[in-house]
Design a protein around this ligand. Structure first.
Ligand SMILES: *Cc1c(COP(=O)(O)O)cnc(C)c1O
Length: 235
């Protein structure tokens, strides 16, 4: 077996190609320009070698859920120019110092305290940290994300930090096998964007995963977070 086969590289490149095809088809059927949706390849619990294979196939944006894993991969892949790591998972404020200024985008800021802490840490790192605010659109108990009623306060807290750069909103809909079940929550995020300043204030909508990216693109996603469809099942 070659090194490529051992790392699953041909597989990753082929799967990535399929996902790009789905994305292009979804953009076309939504009447959106080709390339208007950024693909974030979610590499959590897959080894850096799998990320290298995706990188070799042209992928640059990668999403990670866990801070320690993200930082380890950042080290392991430090030789890859233009690599952009996104923290897509929940961030505890005591870990804000570890990520501030080290990631392309933090997707899940969801309260004022975290915004202030991340802003403070970005300032001391001399960085301007791009962030999204995660909204619990479905109002699920014990889920991360701010309530829609708290959104304005969290947005204002981000904007009050000179070292944070507010880029948009993110949602994780309730788990379902039916891709169409997520659509109302994607539409809900878009409505919240419209209520809170529109695309001028909130240009990015991070929504859609492996099984429901088409519905997300139809509802206006500017970024989809796709793991399994690119890297296969997680261990
Ligand atoms: C794991 C994860 C994804 C990717 O999910 P897949 O179903 O593997 O595509 C996307 N977003 C978040 C927040 C995740 O935790």
């Amino acid at each position: 077996m070659s090194d490529d086969e051992a790392s699953g590289a041909p597989d990753v490149a082929a799967r990535l190609e399929l996902v790009r095809g789905r994305l292009a088809a979804a953009e076309a059927s939504a009447g959106r320009p080709p390339g208007s949706v950024r693909l974030v390849a979610v590499s959590k619990r897959h080894p850096p070698e799998a990320m290298r294979a995706a990188y070799a196939a042209g992928q640059r944006d990668f999403g990670e859920n866990y801070v320690q894993e993200l930082l380890a991969k950042r080290e392991a892949l430090a030789d890859l120019p233009g690599l952009r790591l996104h923290l897509i998972g929940n961030l505890q404020s005591n870990k804000a110092k570890l990520v501030a200024g080290r990631v392309a985008l933090v997707h899940a800021v969801d309260d004022e305290h975290l915004a202030r802490e991340l802003g403070r840490r970005a300032a001391s790192a001399g960085a301007r940290q791009a962030v999204l605010v995660q909204v619990n659109v479905a109002g699920e108990a014990q889920k991360h994300g701010c309530a829609p009623s708290e959104l304005e306060a969290v947005l204002a807290a981000v904007e009050a930090e000179p070292s944070l750069w507010l880029r948009g909103l993110m949602v994780i809909p309730p788990l379902s096998d039916d891709p169409e079940a997520a659509r109302p929550f994607f539409a809900g995020l878009r409505s919240l964007r419209n209520l809170h300043g529109g695309a001028a204030r909130l240009p990015e909508l991070s929504m859609g995963m492996s099984h429901d990216l088409e519905a997300a693109v139809a509802e206006g996603a500017t970024m989809v977070r796709v793991g399994t469809a690119i890297f296969g099942e997680r261990a």
